[in-house]
Design a protein around this ligand. Structure first.
Ligand code: NAD
Length: 495
């Protein structure tokens, strides 16, 4: 059984806390390893390593930092299949999803390769007589990242490349449920030639997070995970004067207007609701069918669901894999039961699907006639369950989104440009799709929701990532009148 350890000072370091957590292959239900869970002193060692590396790293030229980032990018690309295989083995997502995740991770590294452009300052010549003013952005020091189980390779790359390209050093605390892929990527980071201490990985749970939040030498924290923990991390980290960005959970709505291309909307709903078993923060979990769109939409989704192949993510035939743990699978099934008991119509019941092994599988569920008071609507389920809410007008649909406490993504399906434009303005969410169900921004824009989907005032990666990992320094300079200089600058003299 594999033992997953920390990475400190570019070396694998065995855990000493005596605490571990089991790792499972969700497709078989078998335990495949254990991950060390750090104590406060192990976190302290990682932070000390990052602190010791900071001054020298922050002075490394932009040219060198860029070269190292390109080398890292190429190593990830060369090892993409291995990263993806580790994702499937511990998360359960199918190989094509895993490959897509690695591609999005690479996109974020590529953005950081352009750090020479991103860190250009601004300069005002002759702000006053003989006075020039210029602004630069300086790194913060040691920064930390705490990441969720559902994108164990991509989410760390929302953070690490930009942070280190800006001259910071990093301590990553990946999810304890599927830590092998981020650890492997960190090993490739070391292999690329980054000096010891620039990126350290501590494996762990709440104890590690709490120590990072309290540590005086950690200057900023990026967090991605569920809303209650995001709020806790934001409040605790900022109470100890850290800069914190904390992205939380979601309940993403997709409005389908009566004029929409129903086939396109149904294809999108199926891939966005059931892809990665619904364990995506940008998954669509509510389809809001307006007027006459409802019946054809529900029929078209149902037909597509019946064709989905669910199985081991490593099998190329599988289109959806298992859930992350047995407990989570049972919790999701419990929501389906609660929806049914509350009066929703169960069009397709994922609990009926049969699987011939002990993996954490659940079939796909479609609930119709869901109302906003049901727990299937109010809670983030994070599983393969799509709820259809029927409304009479576009306005009712937009109001549902506005009244929802979360505001990560929202989408509309329509052929009407005016309706789409109106939705762009009305959508009470940070990321909006027009005939695009999962509007995750490309790496050169930034990612982040509104309301309970994000705490803090900067979103993550892209230009806002550069902003988060740097602070401004403004220099005002004045030099004596050159005519009086001891260096002969060619000015006429009185002699
Ligand atoms: P989680 O909140 O349980 O865990 C996230 C991280 O916090 C992990 O590293 C975990 O070890 C740590 N953690 C867990 N409990 C903690 C506690 N009590 N105190 C301190 N730290 C703790 O989330 P998860 O289950 O790993 O991931 C799924 C959640 O993440 C979903 O809610 C999903 O919507 C959200 N998510 C959001 C985004 C986004 O961009 N907004 C992206 C991916 C996932």
């Amino acid at each position: 059984m594999k033992q997953i350890q920390h990475l400190i000072d570019n070396e694998s370091v065995a855990g000493t806390s005596g605490r571990t957590s089991p790792i499972f292959n969700p497709a078989t239900g078998e335990q495949t390893g254990n991950v060390a869970l750090a104590s406060a002193s192990e976190v302290d060692a990682a932070v000390a390593s990052a602190k010791a590396a900071f001054t020298e790293w922050s002075e490394v030229s932009i040219a060198r930092r860029t070269k190292l980032m390109f080398a890292f990018r190429n190593l990830i690309a060369d090892n993409a299949d291995e990263v993806a295989a580790r994702l499937t083995a511990e998360h359960g997502k199918v190989t094509s999803d895993a490959a897509g995740e690695v591609a999005r991770a690479i996109e974020n590294i590529e953005f950081a390769c352009g750090v020479s452009e991103h860190l250009k300052g601004s300069h005002s010549e002759s702000a006053s007589t003989g006075v020039d003013v210029y602004s630069v952005r300086r790194p913060l020091g040691v920064v930390a990242g705490i990441t969720p189980f559902n994108f164990p390779a991509m989410v760390p790359m929302w953070m690490v490349p930009n942070a280190v390209a800006c001259g910071n050093t990093f301590v990553l605390k990946p999810s304890e449920r599927d830590p092998s892929a981020p650890l492997f990527m960190a090993e490739l980071f070391c292999e690329a030639g980054f000096p010891p201490g620039v990126l350290n990985v501590v494996q762990g749970d709440k104890a590690a997070v709490d120590r990072l939040l309290a540590h005086r030498d950690v200057k900023a924290v990026s967090f991605v995970g569920s809303t209650p923990i995001a709020k806790y991390v934001y409040e605790t980290g900022s109470a100890s004067q850290k800069r914190v960005q904390a992205l939380g959970g979601a309940k993403n709505h997709m409005i389908v207007l009566p004029d929409a291309d129903i086939d396109m909307a149904a294809d999108s709903a199926v891939s966005a609701a059931y892809g990665s078993a619904g364990e995506r923060c940008m998954a669509v979990s509510v389809a809001v069918a307006v007027g006459d769109a409802a019946d054809p939409l529900v029929d078209a989704i149902k037909v597509r669901m019946e064709k989905l192949t669910i199985g081991d993510g490593a099998d190329p035939a599988s289109e959806m894999g298992p859930l992350i743990t047995r407990e989570h699978r049972d919790r999701v099934a419990g929501y389906v039961a609660a929806g049914e008991a509350a009066g929703a119509s169960v069009v397709v019941d994922g609990r009926d699907a049969e699987f011939d092994n002990d993996g954490f599988f659940l079939g796909v569920t479609l609930l119709d006639h869901v109302t906003p008071d049901m727990t299937v609507y109010t809670d983030e389920i994070f599983g393969p369950v799509l709820s259809v809410v029927r409304v009479g007008t576009y306005r009712e649909a937009a109001d549902l989104i506005a009244d929802n406490p979360w505001g990560n993504g929202a989408a509309i399906f329509t052929r009407d440009g005016g309706a789409a434009r109106q939705f762009q303005q009305d959508a009470d969410a940070g990321m909006v799709g027009i005939n695009v169900p999962i509007p995750v921004p490309v790496g050169y824009h930034s990612f982040g929701g509104w309301k309970d989907s994000a705490f803090g005032d900067t979103t993550i990666y892209g230009p806002e990532g550069i902003h988060f990992y740097t602070r401004p320094k403004v220099l005002t300079t004045r030099w004596p009148d050159p005519a009086g200089s001891s260096v002969n600058l060619g000015f006429p003299t009185n002699e």
